[in-house]
Design a protein around this ligand. Structure first.
Ligand code: NAD
Length: 397
């Protein structure tokens, strides 16, 4: 089995890399099995059979629980750690006290600190937004800190009481309006965590010749956490990318999160790469995804650019209402696979998939979630859509 490795900044990718995949729960099986045909065809076609991904199934979610009794077996984390790059379908969040979200567990265990979400519009896709062609951004959402770190206590518990006593008596905090019935949460935002995320966003912009990086924050209210993120971002840019700033190759700007959400509707063309904190990133990703066609076609990746570990993923959930109906849209997973191929440096194979999707959408051929809004939309099942995509890819010279 050929492993992808990292040597300094360089990812070393063998011709037949082993890539672990998690099929996913709910509609995961349907999207994975169909998307895989498309990915394999595009690699085969691009490299005339000289390159091929060796897929290695690893378990997580319901399939893992039913087979091994564990929602996220150690072997799965070990495989992602060993093979560096992987891909996953959606996972059910287990219900019950004390069980972590599997997605969060994967991100934390592998320290996948950047959540990367490219957002662009495909011609032919109908959206509620009037100028979707103006939306073309890549969001870098910090993945390990912020209020998402999970440090919170329920009102009425001993911990909440102890916490309140500490901040009142030791830190002189008197501003809690209803101390007896308040739950508390802690929002850690560090220099290290902010810098590593913002550095990657800037490097991405430079590598892709994108003219700006926007720091999105609520520093007007949360001065030391969100405000810190902004200040540290500017300082880092000046310190490490001074030449690029001076030459005008790169512009760093910042905007307050609420204004940003408004501006994305009014003047989305002003934004290229966006670097933001965890919670802001969550809201922003969904709004922008909706502006270009919804979660069915929004791809994503969780990446640690230092170690090279990366998991590419469908960003939607397990879609329990349409499981087994062969109607789920596989585009989110397909576009995540495109990101994976680009990460390996196999850009041409990724382009074949992107162009194929564009061709089908442009001909108003799509799964039902998109086709129903298209003029003369032709609704295809998941397998029909992927089979047509394979044909389009096969037909390219
Ligand atoms: P969901 O994304 O599964 O579904 C929301 C709606 O969107 C449903 O009507 C569904 O049919 C539709 N939809 C979603 N993806 C689609 C696609 N590719 N094609 C066509 N329609 C699609 O969200 P939910 O119902 O809130 O969550 C269901 C489960 O998924 C929960 O257990 C949740 O925790 C989990 N979840 C997992 C992830 C992940 O693994 N990344 C993300 C979100 C939710």
């Amino acid at each position: 089995m050929a492993k992808i490795t990292k040597n300094g900044d360089q990812l070393i990718v063998p011709e037949n890399p082993t890539i672990p995949f998690i099929e996913g729960d709910g509609v995961g099986k349907e999207i994975w099995q169909n998307a895989r045909k498309v990915i394999d065809k595009s690699v085969e076609k691009t490299y005339n059979g000289k390159r091929k991904i060796e897929w290695k199934e690893v378990l997580a979610g319901e399939k893992a629980f039913n087979t091994t009794g564990s929602w996220l077996p150690d072997e799965t984390i070990d495989a992602f750690r060993k093979y560096l790059v992987g891909i996953k379908g959606p996972l059910t969040t287990p219900i019950g006290g004390g069980i972590r979200s599997l997605n969060v567990a994967l991100r934390q265990d592998l320290d996948l600190f950047s959540c990367v979400r490219p957002v662009r519009w495909f011609k032919g896709v109908t959206t509620p937004y009037k100028y979707p062609e103006k939306v073309n951004m890549v969001i870098f959402r910090e993945n390990t800190e912020d209020i998402y770190a999970g440090i919170e206590w329920m009102q009425g518990t001993e911990e909440a009481k102890k916490f309140y006593k500490f901040i009142r008596e030791e830190l002189g905090v008197t501003k809690v309006r209803f101390p007896e019935t308040s739950s508390f949460g802690v929002k850690p935002v560090s220099v290290d965590g902010s810098e590593r995320l913002i550095r990657c966003a800037i490097q991405y912009a430079l590598e892709h010749n994108l003219p700006s990086v926007t720091l999105v924050h609520k520093g007007n209210i949360m001065k030391f956490t969100e405000g810190g993120f902004k200040t540290w971002g500017y300082e880092l840019a000046k310190r490490e990318f001074g030449k690029e700033l001076e030459s005008g190759k790169l512009v760093i700007k910042d905007v307050i999160a609420d204004a940003f959400l408004q501006n994305t509707l009014l003047k989305p063309e002003e934004y290229h790469v966006v670097a933001t904190l965890n919670l802001n990133g969550d809201y922003i990703s969904d709004q922008l995804a909706a502006m270009v066609g919804g979660i069915g076609i929004a791809p994503g990746a969780n990446i640690n650019y230092s170690t090279g570990h990366a998991i590419f993923e469908a960003t939607h959930g397990t879609a329990p209402d349409i499981v087994g109906l062969n109607k789920v849209n596989p585009s989110s997973l397909l576009l995540s696979a495109v990101m994976l191929l680009e990460y390996l440096g196999w850009n041409e194979a990724g382009e074949l998939i992107t162009n194929g999707l564009e061709e089908l959408f442009n001909a108003s051929r799509a799964t039902a979630d998109l086709a129903r809004f298209m003029e003369n939309g032709h609704s295809l099942t998941t397998s029909e859509f992927c089979d047509e995509l394979v044909e389009v890819i096969q037909s390219k010279a």
